[in-house]
Ligand binder design. Structure first.
Ligand SMILES: [Zn+2]
Length: 178
């Protein structure tokens, strides 16, 4: 990556042959540091210095790691979720589904048929599922699901975050996105 950036910035051609090099170039192109030419070669675009491109690349990698970690956290929640699994999955993807399916292992294991009790959204939610919201800290995102007093938001740049609804209200943590 550093090699590709310095070669190109110096006006030399970067080898596009190896897979690692191609990935580095694609990465630099994503950041706008490199522009693909019609002949398939890559040119330094001049929009960023090498140092700025490397810094931007580092931040992008960090963000991707953060999103991935938030996904893993949600998967762990799924594994440990005591309620209806179908409801968890659907709402994880932002669909409005309350109650329980009656067919998943958790529902079938609940002898009283009440295992879905924690699924339902509070009667009076600050933002409906599917609403685009903005947070000062995490930028814009979409409301995915409610679980009791918790709301899960999928932020575009930062992945999943679970927020405590009373705190969201009290501190105005979320506002409608423009
Ligand atoms: Zn179920």
């Amino acid at each position: 990556m550093i090699d590709a950036a310095t070669e190109l910035a110096a006006g030399r051609d970067a080898e596009t042959g190896s897979r690692g090099q191609t990935a580095a170039l694609a990465h630099l192109a994503d950041l706008g540091a490199v522009a693909w030419q019609p002949d398939g070669s890559a040119r330094w675009s001049g929009r960023l210095t090498v140092a700025a491109a490397l810094k931007a690349s580092e931040q992008k990698t960090e963000r991707e790691g953060e999103v991935e970690r938030s996904r893993l956290a949600m998967m762990r929640h799924y594994a440990e979720h005591p309620g209806c699994r179908r409801s968890f999955l659907l709402t994880y993807f932002g669909q409005d589904f309350s109650g329980s399916c009656g067919n998943c292992d958790n529902d079938l294991a609940g002898d009283d048929g009440q295992s879905g009790q924690a699924q339902t959204a509070p009667a009076d939610v600050p933002f409906a599922v599917g609403t685009r919201v903005a947070s000062e800290r995490w930028g814009e995102g979409t409301v995915q699901r409610y679980d009791g007093d918790q709301v899960t938001v999928l932020f575009d740049q930062h992945g999943y975050r679970e927020l405590f609804v009373p705190v969201v209200r009290e501190r105005g943590l979320l506002r409608p996105a423009d």
